[in-house]
Ligand binder design. Structure first.
Ligand code: SME
Length: 169
């Protein structure tokens, strides 16, 4: 059984370092995308204060499709031209949205959401999808969350790689 220890509340950077270490331990030895995404979302949901949604959208070659998440049921498909998720995916740049009502085209899956962060997931140069976290508080996410969340997503992406050489070289 995986037991997550209490995380540091001293600084956000330390909090995210510890959370990334927990995620690494949780995903270690498993490479299945759905299984790791599900556990990653569950861990983040337990650890991150003041959030109301945390989960994945995966790119199917045309649009973003809902993946493992925690929170209220969400919209299933998002075009790359739409919403905060679409912006993160098409620009391949993290979107930090302090006020979702001020973001043109924001898609409200939970009316309680006030701020949002979406990190693009790029695996071996290919767009894999996005990691999306919503909060009921305005301005919940800042630059330190961006750095911490991007580092956290690298743990997820690294878990998908099977680096071991199969067979003789
Ligand atoms: N708000 C997102 C949609 C996904 S939900 O927040 C879960 C967007 O505007 O892309």
């Amino acid at each position: 059984m995986f037991q997550a220890a209490a995380l540091s509340t001293e600084s956000k950077s330390q909090f995210y370092r510890e959370l990334a270490a927990q995620a690494r331990a949780l995903l270690e030895g498993e490479h299945d995308r759905v299984a790791n995404a599900a556990n990653f979302a569950a861990l983040a949901w337990q650890a991150l204060p003041q959030i109301n949604w945390a989960g994945f959208y995966f790119y199917d070659g045309q649009e973003l499709v809902l993946g493992p998440f925690q929170g209220k049921p969400a919209c299933v498909r998002i075009a790359l031209s739409r919403g905060v998720c679409g912006a993160a995916a098409s620009q391949r740049r993290t979107q930090l949205v302090p006020d979702v009502h001020a973001f043109p085209g924001h898609i409200a899956c939970d009316a309680a959401s006030r701020s949002e962060i979406v990190v693009p997931l790029v695996h071996d140069g290919e767009l894999l999808g996005v990691w999306d976290v919503d909060s009921p508080l305005p301005g919940r996410f800042d630059e330190e969350d961006r750095q911490g969340m991007e580092a956290l997503c690298q743990v997820f992406l690294a878990s998908l790689r099977v680096d071991k050489v199969q067979g003789a070289a």
